[in-house]
Design a protein around this ligand. Sequence first.
Ligand code: PEP
Length: 251
Amino acid sequence: MRKPIIAGNWKMNMTPSQTVKLIEEIKPLVAEARCEIVVCPTHTCLFAAKEALKGTDRISLGAQDMFYEERGAFTGEVSCESLLELGVRYVIIGHSERRQYFAESDETVSKKVTKALEKRLIPIVCVGESLTQKQRGVTNETVGLQTRLALFGVGAGNAEDVVIAYEPIWAIGTGMTATSAEANGTIRRIRGVLAEMYNPETSRKVRILYGGSMNAGNAGELLSTSDIDGGLIGGASLKSGDFAQIVGNLS
Ligand code: PEP
């Protein structure tokens, strides 16, 4: 009942011309895909990506961040309205790299989620524990709190549209992956938190992805679990063949 999503987070990689080339490579490889596919280039590559995606409805466009105000004196920030005009449907919010390097807080994540939903962008909200938090045994508490704070004030009707990405920080870009049992278990706990916040039906509808060194080799096992509804892929999304192979697990 939950349509899986494979989303590529290209991070600060790819110029506009490289973006077009990668999209042209991916397009034929995922022509038969049945899951939702999202690519998230940098803001400066979104226009090129939009043009390259013309003629296909297989791949949607996502952004890597947005600001919660609509316009004004916020140098360097990007509004939802700009993203919508560029054909963006999804927006990653609260990625651990933004939390770590750019002072993204639970409060700004919450404001961005609220604004994205108001503007009908689909937020992909990232939550995940650090290595220390994992070692101290507080993974569930950490991601539970992040989820509660990110969705604070969001009603049940809107919550169904939110996509959550469970991304253990220690697994991002490190080559270390959570086992499928670990990832599925934590995602089930997030679903439990959603059931407490809203109701069991809403919690069953929300799509929750896994992210953290997912690649062509380990995606099959992770994606075959009961509660992992897809992946947010960093490194492996920059290689068309690997990305398509990950997508292929859901076709
Ligand atoms: C990410 O940046 O969201 C991510 C999961 O990266 P990687 O796949 O490279 O670990």
